[in-house]
Design a protein around this ligand. Structure first.
Ligand SMILES: Cc1ncc(COP(=O)(O)O)c(C=O)c1O
Length: 367
């Protein structure tokens, strides 16, 4: 088979030092995973299958055919209750949830306004929709208001509560206020806030008491929760609409009971992990207080970006840190815009103050 046609774009990636390769874990100190609370590292989800009739593997079909079962509906009720909303619908991943929501809810002649730094799954969802779509400057409510003034049809505003690459937090109070004034529907992706933000890790929306201001929230289970999958949280009507029109929900095999059990177990564990969250934020403060000489993203969350412009430059900085057994990954153009390449450092509740200090010493030694 002649696969030469694949070469040109792969070669371009290599020439711009942006070629992606899979790597296996090397027993290094973790400064890159999304296991913020150590639920996976601490092996805290020893799922016991209480009911032997429950299928451990495979769910035999899509939710609308043979793949619906009591446990998955029980999990959705639990999610709706925990997140203080009427209903929840589980998707197989956060990526599926975002494209599944945005691909079917906004209709032709509606308008979607999304933060410029939104995750790829949001941008791909927007591309699937037939609505008009405009991005607003990152976290810039003046720019959002400018767009709200000219938006037509039903208007949807989507943002992340904690941004996946910069780690900064959206001004959700102000965005919700604007949505109220302009009668727009607010959608919040809580992927990196779930488990981390709020007394019980409920996310930023609940932390700010904005549940009733949201049309939909996306909570993902693959980050702090140590599982896989996601849920869209909202009204019963929204849930019914998604069941009827969301293609990534309709045309895929349901999550198996083993995965749902793990999610339920994680929800039984993470709300009580207040000590872990407190330690995590202590580490964030220590990192920020001692890195004044570095060019950091404006973040008060466990995602800390050290800007090192240039793919080659940021890759060699990552290599320097990795040689000292610290697993820090470079984020390259085109994942981030040119000039904003960075080391994306993720702090965890199981990292120690000594590890943070060691990391800072290495980062400072490069200057
Ligand atoms: C903000 C945001 N939304 C959605 C996703 C996708 O979630 P999942 O990994 O469950 O597909 C991610 C994952 O990186 C994310 O950072």
């Amino acid at each position: 088979m002649n696969e030469d046609f694949l070469n040109r774009k792969l070669q371009q990636r290599k020439e711009s030092a942006a070629f992606r390769e899979l790597r296996l874990k090397q027993g290094t100190i973790d400064f890159c995973s999304n296991d913020y609370l150590g639920i996976v590292t601490g092996n805290m989800l020893n799922v016991v299958h209480a009911n032997s009739e429950e299928k451990l593997h495979g769910s035999t079909g899509s939710r609308l055919i043979s793949g619906n079962y009591p446990l998955i509906e029980e999990a959705e009720k639990m999610l709706a209750d925990f997140h203080n909303a009427p209903a929840a619908l589980i998707f197989n991943s956060g990526y599926d949830a975002n494209i599944g929501l945005l691909g079917c809810i906004p209709q032709r002649n509606d308008t979607v306004l999304y933060d410029q730094l939104s995750h790829a799954s949001i941008r791909d969802g927007v591309r699937l929709s037939h609505a008009f779509a405009f991005s607003f400057e990152h976290n810039d409510t003046d720019d959002l208001e400018r767009l709200l003034q000219i938006a037509t049809g039903n208007v949807f505003v989507i943002t992340e509560s904690v941004f996946s690459m910069d780690g900064d937090v959206a001004p959700l109070d102000e965005i919700a206020e604007l949505c109220r004034s302009y009668n727009a529907m607010l959608i919040v992706d809580e992927a990196h806030a779930t488990g981390v933000i709020g007394k019980k890790g409920e996310g930023l929306v609940q932390h700010l008491g904005l549940e009733n201001d949201c049309f939909a929230r996306i909570h993902t289970f693959g980050k702090a929760l140590g599982c896989h999958g996601a849920a869209i949280i909202g009204s019963g009507k929204l849930r019914n609409f998604l069941i009827n029109f969301s293609r990534p929900f309709i045309y895929t095999t349901a999550m198996p009971a083993s995965a749902i059990r793990a999610i339920m177990q994680s929800y039984a564990v993470f709300p009580a992990m207040e000590k872990e969250r407190a330690h995590l934020f202590k580490l964030v403060k220590r990192f920020r207080d001692n890195t004044a000489s570095l060019r950091l993203c404006k973040s008060v969350t466990p995602i800390q970006g050290v800007i090192i412009p240039g793919n080659e430059e940021v890759k060699s900085a990552a290599q320097l840190v990795q040689e000292k057994n610290l697993d820090v990954r470079p984020i390259l153009y085109p994942t981030v815009t040119r000039g904003r390449e960075r080391l994306r450092i993720v702090l965890h509740s199981f990292n120690t103050e000594e590890q943070i200090d060691g990391l800072i010493t290495i980062l400072e030694s490069r200057k």
